[in-house]
Ligand binder design. Structure first.
Ligand code: ADP
Ligand code: MG
Length: 139
């Protein structure tokens, strides 16, 4: 079932570089409403759980280390066609391949430290949202 919500996470490279505000501004200006947000830090174990689907990939251990290296900002976003539109806004995984004007093109440091996460399906958006937010306030 299509929903109007997606999940995002501003990653440690973007938070530590002081780009969180600029990224959130782009997200809001693209028409997404922030319905939940916080700052937190993952342990390597929790980062590994979040990216469990990639556990056989060669970059998995590095990804766990990187994703637990500093503060992150997880958030739930609302907009019509949220999942697909947000993937367009963030751009390709590899910033050298990301379209001009996308968040990753503007802020990513590398294919790993690529500034931001965006869910790839409605099902994963729901799973990832509940990984960080147990109860949703209504605003
Ligand atoms: P996306 O975040 O665009 O959905 P993936 O789900 O394929 O990309 O990968 C999850 C995350 O793992 C990426 O955002 C990036 O941080 C990291 N990653 C993906 N591919 C590589 C790679 N080849 N080398 C290092 N890190 C990678
Ligand atoms: Mg992915």
């Amino acid at each position: 079932m299509a929903t109007n919500r997606t999940f995002t996470m501003i990653k440690p490279d973007a938070v530590s570089a002081g780009n969180a505000g600029a990224i959130l501004k782009m997200i809001e200006e693209a028409g997404f409403r922030i319905v939940a947000i916080k700052m937190t830090q993952l342990s390597a174990e929790r980062a590994g759980q979040f990216y469990e689907v990639h556990k056989e990939r060669p970059f998995y251990e590095d990804l766990r280390t990187y994703m637990s290296s500093g503060a992150i900002i997880p958030a739930i976003l609302e907009k019509e066609n949220a999942v697909a539109d947000f993937r367009t806004l963030i751009g390709a995984t590899d910033p050298t391949k990301a379209a001009e004007g996308t968040i990753r093109k503007l802020f990513a440091k590398s294919i790993e430290a690529n500034a931001i996460h965006g869910s790839d399906s409605d099902e994963n958006a729901a799973i990832e949202s509940s990984f960080f937010f147990s109860q949703l306030e209504q605003y």
